[in-house]
Design a protein around this ligand. Structure first.
Ligand code: NAD
Length: 302
């Protein structure tokens, strides 16, 4: 059995694979090289760099499994794989805690103006009165999408003594009750929440879910955080909302276009931004590698 690891993954995953197969780690492999060598392999592991295209899949002679060490399978032609009976797996659960923790970091940063205060002190200024913040305690958290990440955010926010209301039309009332959260429609969440956090996938239904009308419904001193996908919040509408002080601030890890070159949002003070790193921790990368390695081993041994 032969496995190609085409993008960098944690060593522990590679060590596990080596117990059952010959493992070729080639994280600089070009699309042409992959196309020419894929026929040798029983399994391929990628992250986001390598594209497993229809062409690659058509050249694969004994490939049984394509594994993405992370969330989503955007870089794999799942339709082509399915047609050939090749399994496609990923590890969505590996990053839930990590993304939830990043969401907490962004929430605290906008509530306490940490990033802008940091910049000010490093510029040798001492502008204490400029950085009056707000507490999270007793604030209403509005969660849009109560899946793996949304629910981890809620449990962390409970420790901060926040009250959570949730918009997730696919979450049964009974499950919401068990989780100790109140379900509401989107308009209610927008009107009542002090902090809104987005944890839905980007779909036709969620594209620009938050646009001008929705931002106008939010409280003037409320904050919105997006660690899900760019495009769920309409960036033009968000910019207008922030400039006109219709909302208090925003924190983004994801953008409609990445990297966000010439993005007007980046010129504003009431926004905290990170470069799509919500899933980037050692633990999440290790867990993703171990989970997909185990999935590959299971398929190779079956
Ligand atoms: P999940 O599938 O466990 O949860 C998504 C939730 O959204 C589900 O409960 C679903 O019912 C709900 N939902 C779907 N459509 C909806 C709609 N139209 N309105 C309201 N709710 C809706 O996913 P997850 O693991 O919690 O991840 C959430 C998203 O976070 C992912 O789709 C991904 O795009 C994003 N993500 C981002 C990063 C990052 O690096 N920033 C990392 C991991 C995941």
């Amino acid at each position: 059995m032969k496995v190609i690891v085409a993008d960098a993954i944690n060593q522990q995953g590679i060590d596990n694979l080596e117990k059952v197969a010959e493992v070729v780690v080639d994280t600089n492999i070009t699309p042409e090289e992959l196309l020419n060598t894929i026929s040798e392999y029983d399994a391929i592991i990628v992250r986001s760099r390598t594209k497993v295209t229809r062409e690659v899949i058509e050249n694969a002679e004994k490939l049984k499994i394509i594994a993405r060490a992370g969330v989503g399978v955007d870089n794999v032609d799942v339709e082509a794989a399915t047609e050939k009976g090749i399994m496609v797996v990923n590890a969505p659960e590996s990053t839930s805690i990590t993304v939830a923790e990043h969401t907490m970091g962004l929430m605290l940063s906008i509530a306490r103006k940490i990033t802008i205060a940091d910049k000010s002190v490093k510029e040798s200024k001492w502008e204490k009165s400029r950085f009056m913040g707000v507490e999270l305690r007793n604030k209403t958290l509005g969660v849009v999408g109560m899946g793996r990440i949304g629910s981890q955010v809620v449990s962390r926010c409970k420790a901060f003594e926040m009250n959570a209301i949730v918009y997730d039309p696919y979450l049964p009332e009974k499950v919401a009750k068990q989780m100790g959260v109140q379900l509401a429609d989107l308009n209610t969440v927008l009107k009542e929440a002090d902090f809104i956090t987005i944890h839905v996938p980007l779909t036709d239904e969620t594209k620009h879910l938050i646009s001008t009308k929705e931002i106008k419904m939010m409280k003037n001193d409320s904050y919105i955080i997006n660690c899900a996908r760019g495009g769920i919040i309409d960036e033009e509408a968000l910019y207008e909302g922030l400039v006109n002080e219709e909302i208090g601030g925003a924190a983004l890890d994801v953008y409609e276009i990445e990297p966000p070159v010439d993005n007007k949002l980046l010129t504003l003070d009431n926004i905290v931004v990170t470069p799509h790193i919500a899933a980037s921790t050692r633990e999440a990368q290790r867990d993703a590698a171990i989970i997909v390695a185990n999935e590959v081993i299971e398929v190779l041994e079956s």
